[in-house]
Design a protein around this ligand. Structure first.
Ligand code: ARG
Length: 264
């Protein structure tokens, strides 16, 4: 090995050491036993944009999930820090396992497959799948998509629903995030898109050239998530904060703030 290679090797080792420290998940404990990856912060993994649950507004990440996470952070004497990362890694447990964050808040549906690899909080929001099209497209059901194209968001329950329920000759087109998926409908790249009702109804409010034409009663519920079998104390705090917020009206206030109407 020549000196140049040795030098390169030395640099690699030096540079990767601090990163390795992160990846193995060095954590600090706060009072009560909740583990956190960064001192003073509640580090929250999410996948942007997913308006109104999490999205950028004036250079800041805001939304329904973020407000609930702020309540948890407050309770622990921490500050919320948002980490934006692809949804696949969030729902597979990878983000939590590699210490990217303490908790995932991503409008994420509780499913058995996911519950096997991450620990979910109590449910905090009901959702169902819905179909977005251009206004007046004539499409109003899954069957109408025969021979047409349908946009799905990678790694989501909507993708799974489409794989299982779309007509055989429907072309599924994958999009990494909600903004790209909705834009594909708006610009006519695809005939329709499937995603959760909450985000699609929010989208059509500011995009009247698109509409939500139907819902599929999937009966989903969102949960926050922590690393599997590793952070019981944090999970307990999250559940307590959710219960209190539901009891004292804070949850309803946050709901109205982001959905513009009282929870039915
Ligand atoms: N609720 C759906 C799921 O859990 C979609 C969530 C997508 N969330 C996001 N922040 N991109 O699969």
């Amino acid at each position: 090995m020549n000196t140049r290679m040795l030098k390169m090797l030395a640099t690699t080792v030096l540079v990767s050491l601090p990163l390795a420290g992160c990846a193995t998940g060095d954590t600090t404990e706060v009072e009560g036993g909740a583990k956190i990856v960064e001192e003073g912060k509640l580090t929250v993994c999410t996948h942007l944009p997913y308006k109104p649950f999490e999205f950028n507004q004036g250079g800041e990440v805001v939304g329904f999930d973020i407000d609930l996470m702020d309540l948890v952070a407050d309770e622990l004497g921490l500050e919320t820090k948002v980490f934006d990362t692809p949804f696949e890694g969030i729902q597979s447990g990878q983000s939590l396992n590699t210490g990217q964050c303490d908790v995932a808040a991503a409008g994420m549906t509780i499913t058995d497959e996911r519950a096997a690899v991450i620990d979910f909080s109590d449910p905090y929001f009901d959702a169902t799948q819905a179909l977005l099209t251009k206004t007046g497209s004539g499409i109003s059901s899954m069957e109408d998509l025969a021979g047409k194209s349908l946009a799905v968001q990678v790694g989501t329950t909507g993708e799974i629903y489409a794989e299982e329920n779309a007509p055989e000759d429907t072309t599924l087109r994958s999009f990494e995030d909600l903004a790209l998926l909705a834009a594909a409908v708006k610009t006519g790249q695809v005939d329709a898109a499937i995603n959760d009702n909450g985000v699609l109804y929010d989208y059509v409010k500011s995009n009247p050239d698109t509409e939500v034409v139907t819902e599929f009663d999937t009966g989903e519920q969102y949960g926050f998530a922590v690393k599997k079998d590793d952070n019981e104390a944090l999970l307990e705090t999250i559940n307590e904060v959710l219960a209190t917020a539901k009891e004292d009206g804070t949850y309803d206030e946050i709901y109205e703030k982001w959905f513009g109407e009282a929870k039915s």
